[in-house]
Design a protein around this ligand. Sequence first.
Ligand SMILES: [Fe+2]
Ligand SMILES: [Fe+2]
Length: 162
Amino acid sequence: MTYRYEKILTNPVFVSTIRKIEEMEKDRFYCRHGMEHLISVARISYIISLEEQAGLSKDIIYAAALLHDIGRATEYETGSPHNSSGAETAKDIMYECGYSEEEITVVTDSIRSHGHESRKTEGTSLEKILCRADKLSRTCFKCRAYESCNWTDERKNNTLVY
Ligand SMILES: [Fe+2]
Ligand SMILES: [Fe+2]
């Protein structure tokens, strides 16, 4: 069985945009948003989903995680927030990879709201799991940029596991 998220990995827009983000961030002192981050978020999200019996499919979780920061390229170029532009790009990529309208809506809603502090609460909806995994993927507790990072103490991840 071929998972649709595998198709995301070879989607030309996905490949070129991630390459661009990695290039733009290559000298970045703070958190990066390349493949390593995206895959960490996917795996952590899936672990949470299994542990908390959220019943979310790998196709949904991996699409959300792989695409959640795709808007970073536009943010660096134009200054517009990556959540909204990312949701638009994610929609097109998911459509090309065979996702249904409903699946696209669930995933793009979670991308649009990720990073909002209010979403980082307990709960097994895709958007809550994505937000928690995004935070847990960051090893703030051992980060060289801890002091100068503009994230609030609350936003920083200080735990190995949740
Ligand atoms: Fe983000
Ligand atoms: Fe992220």
